[in-house]
Design a protein around this ligand. Structure first.
Ligand SMILES: [Zn+2]
Length: 206
């Protein structure tokens, strides 16, 4: 899953618990693990002209930012500082880690199921040893190879649609509310009219 999938599906997934929190930071949190780990890996790779396990601990694109420890530290900071911004980031990051785990079940990079490995190994780091998975992507070619996967298009399209729908709703909020209120007023008027007509009919019969 790439950017729109994480932004759209991730933010929607945690929306029941993010009311009142700054949405901007939920969105940043939803891509924060990748904003940390992808540049970190590729910068190290470029600087050392090495890749994968040759780089030692930072052996792939799901490392420190994808760990449960990172999420836990962020949560502690949010609680200690009673910060709504940090709480929004925590929920965004949590959505990212869940979606990475879920998408691993459906993804298949270069014919190899990346499966539970990279997302799960990072999440429970260092319980399975002080190491991260080489996968999902040890070089830019493998990374771009994931663009051929159907799950990539499905999740990116779904995420983009959700983002567009949320944007449209907030942009037209005033109009939608006004239309909803007008419909409610009209229904109430019709109901009163019907009630009065029944009353008038009954009093005529009496
Ligand atoms: Zn990720």
């Amino acid at each position: 899953m790439f950017i729109f999938g994480h932004l759209g599906i991730g933010s929607k997934m945690v929306s029941p618990v993010t009311r009142g929190l700054p949405r901007r930071f939920v969105l940043i949190g939803a891509i924060l693990p990748d904003l940390i780990d992808k540049p970190l890996y590729y910068a190290l790779s470029l600087a050392t002209v090495k890749s994968g396990s040759e780089l030692g601990l930072i052996s792939g694109t799901r490392t420190v930012g994808h760990t449960g420890i990172f999420l836990l530290l962020l949560t502690c900071a949010a609680i200690a500082r009673r910060s709504r911004v940090l709480a929004a980031l925590v929920l965004g990051v949590a959505s990212h880690l869940i979606l990475d785990g879920v998408s691993d079940h459906f993804a298949n990079i270069n014919g190899t199921a990346i499966g539970a490995s990279s997302a799960a190994i990072a999440l429970i780091f260092p319980l399975q040893g002080v190491r991260f998975a080489v996968l999902p992507f040890s070089n830019v070619g493998e990374h771009l190879g994931s663009l051929r996967q159907p799950w990539f298009y499905i999740t990116e399209a779904a995420g983009a649609l959700i983002l567009f729908w949320d944007y449209w709703k907030s942009a037209n909020k005033r109009e939608i509310t006004a239309r909803f209120q007008a419909q409610r007023t009209e229904r109430r008027r019709l109901k009163n009219h019907r009630r009065q007509a029944i009353k008038a009919e009954m009093s005529k019969r009496l």
